[in-house]
Write a protein that binds this ligand. Structure first.
Ligand code: ZN
Length: 263
């Protein structure tokens, strides 16, 4: 599932369409309820990320908002190429943006007045401080991994980068959030920022090579998968202590961690 680094990489690849005019929105999936007449003829003033959402800010003050959910991508092309599983095409005066969404779980919508969702703080914002992390963990009996993945607390972290940050901070993902020491919260705060930064530098994580796997706006794979320490590494030796990586199920999702060095 695309998380903050993958979505950030996609929007950076879409910067070339800033200032482009939308000639037509062509909707190919009838399940997408999009008001093409509100969008056609608008100019794209910016492409931004909020959490895992991609926002096209339009010249009428409205936003065209896309969320990839479990799989899929947005691809920009100047050529006429067609792609399988395309759910909409934004025909621009400088090329086309394809929304390729094989499992049809992704969403797209038009919002007239700003961003309509309540999300938590952005990990790269000034609000994401050690104090903030202390506050959101301090009174919670929930496992720390669930707190990290809660989009209403921190926007953009998902299953992969939560697990990777917890490994870097040497914290067991099953720990109740309120049991974390101040030193552990410091380490976790640094680990979150660090792992997201490195993943963006390597254009995100691509786990496989099927049509559902993440690619950037130019169709290229990410390169962070080779740097994963726990995610998807069940049974392989921990890069820090050599114990085999374990996989458990937490809140219906896989959690990968090392029993040897995550306490
Ligand atoms: Zn270990």
């Amino acid at each position: 599932m695309p998380e903050l680094p993958e979505v950030e990489t996609i929007i950076r690849g879409l910067r070339v369409i800033k200032g482009a005019k939308i000639n037509a929105l062509q909707v190919l999936d009838p399940r997408l309820d999009l008001p093409a007449n509100e969008i056609n003829g608008r100019t794209i003033e910016a492409v931004k990320r909020r959490g895992k959402y991609i926002l096209f800010l339009l010249s009428d003050g409205g936003s065209f908002i896309v969320h990839l959910r479990m799989s899929g991508r947005l691809a920009f092309t100047r050529s006429a190429g067609e792609e399988k599983h395309t759910r909409f095409i934004l025909h621009l005066d400088c090329g086309k943006v394809y929304f390729i969404n094989p499992r049809r779980l992704g969403t797209a919508e038009y919002a007239k007045n700003g961003f309509p969702y309540q999300l938590g703080v952005e990990p790269f914002s000034d609000q994401f401080t050690v104090e903030y992390l202390t506050k959101i963990t301090g009174d919670s009996h929930a496992p720390i991994k669930s707190i990290l993945m809660d989009q209403k607390r921190i926007a953009g972290l998902g299953n992969i980068y939560s697990a990777e940050a917890l490994w870097r901070a040497k914290i067991d993902p099953r720990r109740k959030a309120k049991t974390l020491t101040q030193a552990e919260i410091h380490a976790l705060h640094a680990a979150i920022v660090q792992v997201l930064t490195e993943a963006i530098e390597r254009m995100g994580t691509t786990l496989g090579n099927t049509v559902s796997d993440y690619r950037n706006a130019d169709g290229d794979y990410g390169r962070f998968q080779g740097s994963l320490t726990v995610y998807g590494r069940t049974g392989r030796p921990c890069r820090r202590c050599n114990e085999p990586i374990e996989r458990i199920i937490q809140a219906g999702r896989s959690t990968f961690f090392c029993c040897g060095c995550q306490k």
